[in-house]
Design a protein around this ligand. Structure first.
Ligand code: PBG
Length: 329
């Protein structure tokens, strides 16, 4: 036995060029989806305290961000609306307003930044006064009456020009119903990105602040979002959504659920997205603000980890920052 190591793992790590040459996973700007919070209320525009670096955008600012994202090569933008509380009610009627704020935002983006793909959440929580993603029947969230609303809402978003609708409500059967409704409404090419494995997570806190549902939310979402302890169940959710016609599936939150991403990609080999949610992004930003970490490096490292786990794309509030870093800024 030689006194020297037979194989020196460190050889390949010695220079930047050889690290580049042997790198297994590439993170590129094409893997990023810019996550934005938009608001219909002038007074609510501006920074979100619990989400450092993210602002609620009015439509002019949204168009500016979308232009910047497109010029950097970011393929798509995802919209999350903060709706004035006076327009919320128990039946989420604003979600069915074809002249509402979200359809208007989509129309402006389509007109002014046609080169970027538009992804819009289909869920009732921005529009309900109780903060839930479905209709309440007494104390319960009613699956089947919610489905009809989701399907109608998805058609309204598609009519306005959404390229991808993303049901994030976790009601059973919604993907199939939405697919059917889109096809009947003449939108066979509008894609469905289903939040197939969405967990009842404590990482959504800053988002709920951002869209103004944190204080309104009655109870929690554990009767429809998944138990963080479950993984086989996530595969079952994905199988169902694919059967019902989902074009892409999403795991949410992201980083604590990389095992789920990996299992989905290995099992189904379909486009698999992850959402680096508000709480994950806030952790990175707050560590950095406190001098406990470098937000740029944390961002690139976490996004690369998603790719290594098998994700095809990542929704992140840090997409513009990451795109600039990748471009060598
Ligand atoms: C719900 C929805 C959630 C997020 C986006 N849409 C979670 C929730 O409130 O249950 C979270 C996004 C984030 O935390 O960044 N329809």
């Amino acid at each position: 036995m030689s006194q020297f190591p037979q194989l020196r793992m460190r050889r390949k790590r010695l220079t930047p060029w050889s690290r580049n040459l042997t790198r297994e996973t590439r993170l590129t700007v094409h893997d990023l989806v810019l996550t934005t919070v938009i608001t219909d209320s002038k007074a609510a525009e501006g920074p979100v305290a619990s989400l450092p670096g993210v602002a609620r955008l009015g439509l002019d600012a949204l168009v500016e961000q979308a232009k910047e994202a497109a010029s950097l090569g970011i393929p798509a933008i995802a919209l999350f609306p903060h709706i004035d509380p006076t327009r919320k009610n128990a039946t989420a009627s604003e979600a069915l307003n074809a002249d509402g704020f979200v359809p208007a935002a989509i129309r402006r983006l389509k007109a002014e930044v046609p080169e970027i793909g538009i992804i819009v959440d289909v869920a009732l929580d921005p529009f309900t006064d109780h903060g839930h993603d479905g209709l309440m029947l007494g104390d319960t969230i009613d699956n089947d009456s919610t489905l009809e609303l989701l399907a109608k809402g998805a058609v309204i978003l598609a009519n306005a020009g959404a390229d991808i609708v993303a049901p994030s409500d976790m009601m059973d059967g919604r993907v199939g119903l939405i697919r059917d409704a889109l096809d009947h409404a003449g939108h066979p090419d509008v894609m469905i990105l289903s939040y197939a494995a969405k967990f009842a997570s404590a990482f959504y806190g800053p988002y709920r602040d951002a869209i103004g549902t944190a204080s309104a939310l009655r109870g929690d979402k554990r009767t429809y979002q998944m138990d963080p302890a479950n993984a086989d169940e996530a595969l079952q959710e994905v199988a169902l959504d694919l059967q019902e016609g989902a074009d892409m599936v999403m795991v949410k939150p992201g980083l604590p659920y990389l095992d789920i991403c990996h299992r989905i990609k290995s099992e189904f080999a379909v486009p698999t997205f992850a959402f680096q949610v508000s709480g994950e992004y806030a952790m990175i930003q707050s560590a950095s603000e406190n001098g406990w970490g470098d937000s740029d490096r944390l961002l690139i490292e976490t996004l690369t980890a998603f790719r290594r786990a098998g994700c095809d794309a990542i929704l992140t509030y840090g997409a513009i920052r990451a795109a600039k870093l990748l471009a060598g800024e």
